[in-house]
Design a protein around this ligand. Sequence first.
Ligand SMILES: Cc1cc2nc3c(=O)[nH]c(=O)nc-3n(C[C@H](O)[C@H](O)[C@H](O)COP(=O)(O)OP(=O)(O)OC[C@H]3O[C@@H](n4cnc5c(N)ncnc54)[C@H](O)[C@@H]3O)c2cc1C
Length: 418
Amino acid sequence: MKIVIIGAGIVGLTSAWWLARDGHEITVLDRAAAVGHGASHANGAQLSYSYVAPLASASVLRSLPGWLLSGDSPVRLRPTFDPAQTGWLLRFLAACTQRASDTATAKLLSLSALSRASLHAMLAETPAEFHHRQNGKLVVLSTAASMAEAERQMRLQAGMGSRQHALTAAECVALEPALSTIAHRLVGGIHTPDEEVGDCFLLCAALHDALAPRVAFRLGTTVQRIRVERGRIAALATDAGDIVADAYVLAAGARSGPLARLARSPVPVQPIRGYSITAKVRPGNAAPVRSITDSARKTVYAPLGNTLRVAGFAEIDAGRDQLHPGRIATLAKTLAETFPDAVAREDLHPDRLQPWSGLRPATPTSLPVIGRSRVANLFVNAGQGALGFTLAAGSAALLADIVAGRQPAIDAAAFAPM
Ligand SMILES: Cc1cc2nc3c(=O)[nH]c(=O)nc-3n(C[C@H](O)[C@H](O)[C@H](O)COP(=O)(O)OP(=O)(O)OC[C@H]3O[C@@H](n4cnc5c(N)ncnc54)[C@H](O)[C@@H]3O)c2cc1C
């Protein structure tokens, strides 16, 4: 089949890899001039297969007033009059129950297990250099209540196959001595030894190079309208003219919501903005070797080669493109306070921190949307939210099974477009 994929982020590129492997004739379109320039560019770099609990949870409801009122909280909600955002927020609030969160966790764990296996299978056939390694992940917690909640989640996931251990504060520092500066404010942590790390953008670039001989790339091409006739897409209207195929895959990240609406096949994806910096690390042992999530500060750290990627913030907004200097300064300050000897003072200057911001493509339940849409020849692979790097390979393998009509390895109904 001739298939056009809209979006050359990690989700579109892994989709291209799996669909090309099935013998389809693939074209990948992106409005950017190069691959991996959306959310996949400088994200948190964590392949966190066991850390998939959805954003919507019972505890989130308690935090909501603070998010609405505070200007500098790490999670921020800026309500707009956009009906799509209002509808999304109502569905998000409805998903903030323990039961909904536990059910979503089980579904996401099935997809994340498939993703780990699919990424490894893909890399066995298409080796890629992207600082990929199994370094483990340590989530550190600063209150007894957050520790109790994390242990509850750990026990739930133990029954679903996750291998995680609860550690005391002293055990966290023994495992990761770089945490000694913040030892006084830790009550404990959850360690997941088999989590992985990697540079998502480098993987995108490697996939592009590996696919280029057999996949057509039309970069710098924006989809402006989607022409639907008799329940099928007749053509994509782009700034480079009409593009026609047998089938289409919508993998446009945070823009998937508005594009799906153009095809009259709604997909509940809203942008959630996050920020990152990437700092050069000093030689020595002052930077963490594991991926660290500092739950109190809502900040993640990932070692990538001789750098440390620091990411955080979640702003539910209308998706305006902006790189807020205050957010970058906060990340730099948090890094300096948490790992004071990891980065030389001159390398903490904003000009040297590769400041970046991107939009997580989030659904209200954190479950991605994967499968055939209401429009017969439109498939969707979108809404991986805060876990798009982690879930990309499994989402793509699942999509390829659905397109081929094969029995998928996991329950596809959990992710089906409505
Ligand atoms: C701060 C931050 C930290 C994160 N940390 C992690 C992490 O540690 N681990 C993890 O697993 N995930 C993480 N994520 C999430 C992850 O980055 C995303 O889920 C993932 O990159 C989404 O990939 P995508 O391919 O769907 O979207 P994108 O990478 O955004 O790609 C979509 C593409 O579609 C293109 N496009 C959009 N509209 C059009 C159009 N009209 N015409 C043509 N092309 C179009 C865009 O140009 C873009 O290139 C993080 C995200 C952020 C923002």
